[in-house]
Design a protein. Structure first.
Length: 320
């Protein structure tokens, strides 16, 4: 079962990077005080069941910090849905000020072309001339999932592999595929019919590459087509760690003979890290303190502290 509160983020080290500051959970009084003291009367702060705190906002320009923090409340559904950007591909489920993270749900996995074996997962902003979004996939709190037979998938960022795994299947004497072996160590997949791998590098856009593994175990060969994945459906998904369950994995591998899970397939959750971008602004690398004007502009409460966060692909301010 997925945690409904903010992720408990632990510090990690990166090669050729400064050590990322530990993201501390604040006491409840300080967390409540981070909401701006005064909100314009024409600025809505809720959409359906989701609270929308500053720097996020909806409606008029003065209701949100800058364009990347503009959200859209879609009233065509009941209850209304809070959308990330204009595309409607990602629905916002939670926004956490405690550690500047958010949980969003995607209506799709990775669109992979069976002819080229390539696809892309993106939060937007990967087109020429489009400003990058102020959020990235949170490292180590999301995973790369693959279902299919005798197929390898790799997740690529800027031409370098950042994650990947392979899924295998054997065949019985009558040619039936043998799948559904689950791992006992907390993960669901054991590389038989499906696999999963942690995503350790943050970014807003990833490429995926699929390669068919033409294996020969000496036994009967199952019928396969030109598409990677053989006789099993090919699914490539980025999801919040803990989303994948045995019933979801079984259904993805064999939708015709497995019961459809009650929840979890229509909207796949991921955890994002967000910050108010500042480019290459000068800051105190020892304390990660913000310049005075930035602290006054971003942190609306005397109980919060402005921090200058450094990620692989995002530099920005946040309130802790």
């Amino acid at each position: 079962k997925l945690k409904q509160g903010p992720p408990n983020i632990m510090p990690r080290k990166s090669v050729s990077m400064v050590i990322i500051a530990v993201l501390l959970l604040s006491v409840s009084m300080a967390a409540a005080a981070r909401v701006p003291a005064a909100v314009a009367p024409d600025c809505n702060t809720t959409c359906g069941n989701v609270k929308v705190p500053y720097p996020f906002g909806m409606g008029p320009r003065h209701c949100y910090r800058q364009p990347g923090f503009k959200l859209i409340c879609d009233h065509r559904s009941t209850p209304p849905r809070l959308l990330l950007g204009d595309s409607g591909e990602f629905e916002v489920a939670d926004i956490f000020l405690e550690n500047n993270t958010m949980r969003v749900r995607s209506s799709h996995g990775l669109n992979v072309s069976t002819s080229t074996g390539r696809g892309r997962w993106s939060l937007g902003g990967d087109r020429v001339g489009v400003q990058p979004p102020p959020y990235v996939l949170l490292p180590d709190f999301n995973e790369f999932i693959l279902t299919g037979c005798n197929v390898q998938a790799t997740l690529v960022r800027d031409g370098s592999i950042v994650s990947g795994c392979a899924s295998f299947c054997s065949a019985t004497n009558d040619g039936e595929l043998v799948t559904g072996t689950f791992a006992p160590n907390g993960t669901i997949c054991s590389n038989i019919g499906c696999c999963q791998s942690t995503i350790p590098i943050d970014d807003a856009t990833y490429d995926v590459r699929i390669r068919r593994l033409d294996l020969d175990d000496g036994g009967p060969r199952p019928k396969v087509d030109a598409a990677a994945g053989g006789d099993l459906p090919l699914n490539v998904i980025i999801a919040e760690t803990g989303w994948l369950s045995q019933d979801i994995a079984s259904y993805l591998n064999n939708p015709e003979h497995s019961p459809r899970p009650k929840a979890g397939l229509r909207r796949v959750p991921v955890i994002l890290q967000w910050a108010v971008p500042h480019g290459a602004a000068t800051t105190d690398l020892d304390t990660r303190a913000c310049p005075g004007d930035a602290a006054r502009s971003i942190c609306k409460s005397t109980n919060s502290e402005c921090r200058d966060e450094a990620y692989y692909t995002l530099r920005g301010y946040s309130c802790q």
